[in-house]
Design a protein around this ligand. Structure first.
Ligand SMILES: N[C@@H](CCC(=O)N[C@@H](CS)C(=O)NCC(=O)O)C(=O)O
Length: 214
């Protein structure tokens, strides 16, 4: 099977990189420089008119959207147990993943680019402040879900990888998550996983290559 992951540093495309690595999958990575707008190139738009990563090409077949991508990886590498094996728990994990990608992620995106959601003059600070309030509400929910647990389920699963990205991005935007001790504990545990270490080293090398090419 020929697997290609379209990826960009710092983005949520790090989550499928982590899970493919956890699954010991053989995959190729194509790195896009979003700062240079490579997601809007005619070649990439043919693959994903939504101009977003992650994108997976599986034997030439295109799959977009983080949740679907993670379900595909979990189904095709069952030994990695990237979703719980109990059907109800599996649905709960997919629900949790959807919440990360559609409930948390959009607030991170509007901090990154307020004008995408409001073009009223001088509204950036207000968009960011409101997004941060929503994020804090969501991190409180995650913190409660993680109480007394190492991961969201009995072992590492795909939503752990996506939530790791959410926490990292929030911290990069200087959202103070230090009060959410279960989230920060989860973040630290995730950082120690070999798959995450590999991702972080890969991200650094791609950023260095982009800097050299600039
Ligand atoms: N709903 C998509 C969102 C993906 C997404 O927003 N990706 C961002 C990076 S985190 C992106 O590629 N942005 C580039 C752009 O919007 O032009 C998913 O969950 O996969």
């Amino acid at each position: 099977m020929d697997i290609v992951l379209y990826y960009a540093p710092i983005t949520c495309a790090m989550a499928p990189y982590i899970t493919l690595t956890e699954a010991n999958a053989k995959f190729e990575v194509k790195s896009l420089n979003l700062r240079k707008g490579q997601q809007n190139s005619p070649e990439f738009l043919k693959l994903n008119p939504k101009h977003k990563v992650p994108l997976l090409l599986i034997d030439g077949q295109i799959l977009s959207e983080s949740t679907a991508i993670q379900v595909w990886i979990a189904r095709n590498f069952p030994q990695a147990k990237l979703l719980p094996s109990d059907p109800w728990q599996e649905l709960k994990a997919i629900a949790l993943h959807s919440w990360c990608s559609s409930g948390i992620h959009p607030f991170l995106a509007r901090i990154n680019s307020p004008p995408r959601v409001c073009d009223a003059p001088n509204s950036d600070d207000s968009v960011r402040r409101l997004a941060k309030e929503q994020l804090l509400e969501n991190f409180k929910i995650a913190d409660d879900l993680l109480a007394g647990r190492e991961f969201f389920f009995d072992h590492f699963t795909a939503p752990d990888a996506h939530f790791f990205w959410c926490c990292r991005r929030a911290t990069q935007f200087e959202l103070d998550v230090s009060g959410f001790k279960n989230c920060t504990g989860h973040f630290q545990r995730m950082t120690k996983r070999p798959s995450v270490q590999k991702l972080l080293a890969f991200e650094k090398s791609v950023q260095e290559d982009f800097a050299k090419a600039a």
